[in-house]
Design a protein. Structure first.
Length: 389
């Protein structure tokens, strides 16, 4: 089966750029500092309302209706409610499984954050801090979380698989992203010793995570390893006989292609997609199933401004003078052509998950967010930009 899926980003793991209103009244740039800057009752009320309204049963029905078959659900390391002041969200994941099973969808549980950070990105829960892999007790904590998730959902009809950790950054991407500059730490003392993860650590962690998950999960459950932004570094590791039903997850965004020198034009993107994405995914698919766990049609050309690798107003960029430069029909043509090329490339592997299902941004009245509706699959489908659905 080809996976055709979407991420339920910003539901159980918050990202400020996807829903800035949640962070109003604070200077927090990430989920770690939000409860530290709000009164306890305000934080808890805000989070509970967000979770109850952002994704509901209706969304699972809509996802099925538009032709998708799987959802990837990012969850935090505090999902079981044992890391105050954060609020657990296992009840929401329970509900998601019931909804998925009702509408014939599968779920990929994606552990999206780790204590002390696995990448220093805002999506890792704490900006500018990447010390999780250096802290054995926190590595052990994450393994315990994974085992509890496998024990709880391992026999569920709706389970597709479990991802042990999302986007653990290694040296190449650490340098490309210039992580500590792009995501400055709010507390330099907490960030002291911050450094990228090593492949050696990740191979050991993935082995331990696989064994913990397999203790409880049905053999039909996939264990999905993120490639740490090194797609070709895993062949010897993944082809070991001890691994069954594993998938390699790679994340491929056009904004990263732009950082790699891709020309910001329709033909430039299409050429890059063919020469890099399609070719490389086909190569890796020869020895392990590959999914593109995150991607979208967002690009600087359609946005009408060079976003410097997908940076937004929240990264200090000023797009307030930006204006739509394409007619709706022109923009539709651009997106359909580029997205068609991406989907062709993903078919060289085992499927994809779009990032993301929805955002809470006003991309009409706020010039700083023009073009960012391309991250929102619901809007993309409604505007006819997505050629497959």
């Amino acid at each position: 089966m080809q996976i055709k899926g979407v991420n339920l980003g910003n539901w159980l793991v918050l990202e400020k750029w996807m829903s800035p209103a949640l962070f109003e009244g604070t200077t927090a740039e990430d989920e770690y500092y939000l409860p530290l800057q709000l009164p306890k009752e305000v934080y808890e009320a805000r989070i509970k309302i967000h979770r109850s309204e952002y994704i509901t049963e209706r969304d699972f029905a809509a996802i099925r209706r538009i032709g998708l078959n799987t959802v990837r659900i990012p969850v935090p390391y505090f999902i079981f409610g044992d890391r105050p002041p954060f609020i657990g969200c296992i009840k929401e994941l329970d509900h998601a499984f019931a909804w998925a099973e009702k509408y014939g969808l599968k779920i990929l549980i994606d552990l999206h954050t780790a204590p002390l950070g696995q990448n220093g990105f805002d999506n890792g829960g704490i900006c500018g801090v990447c010390r999780w892999s250096q802290t054995p007790e926190e590595v052990g904590f994450v393994l315990d979380v994974l085992e509890k998730l496998a024990e709880r959902y391992g026999q569920r009809k709706g389970l597709f698989g479990i991802t042990p950790i999302n986007e653990p950054v290694t040296e190449p991407m650490w340098s490309i992203m210039n992580v500590t500059k792009r995501y400055p730490a709010a507390d330099p003392a907490m960030a002291e010793g911050t450094a990228p993860n090593t492949l050696e650590f990740l191979r050991g962690f993935y082995t331990d995570a696989y064994e913990r998950i397999r203790k409880h999960a049905d053999k039909a459950c996939y264990v999905v390893f993120h490639d740490a932004f090194q797609l070709h570094a895993w062949k010897d590791f993944l082809t070991q006989p001890k691994f069954e039903n594993i998938i390699l997850d790679t994340h491929q965004y056009l904004m990263m292609a732009e950082m790699d020198g891709c020309e910001q034009s329709v033909e430039g993107y299409k050429q890059y997609i063919e020469e890099h994405y399609a070719r490389e995914i086909a190569e890796v698919q020869e020895y392990v199933d590959v999914i593109v766990g995150e991607w979208c049609m967002f690009n600087s050309y359609a946005a009408g401004v060079d976003t410097k690798g997908g940076q937004s107003a929240l990264n200090g960029m000023d797009f307030s003078e930006n204006a739509e430069i394409f007619t709706p029909e022109e923009k539709k043509k651009i997106y359909r052509e580029i997205t068609g090329a991406q989907l062709d490339a993903w078919r060289k592997g085992s499927g994809y998950f779009y990032w993301s299902y929805k955002l809470l941004l006003d991309t009409v009245n706020e010039p700083n967010w023009i073009g960012w509706d391309a991250w929102d699959l619901g809007k993309c489908v409604d505007q006819g930009w997505f050629p497959e659905v």
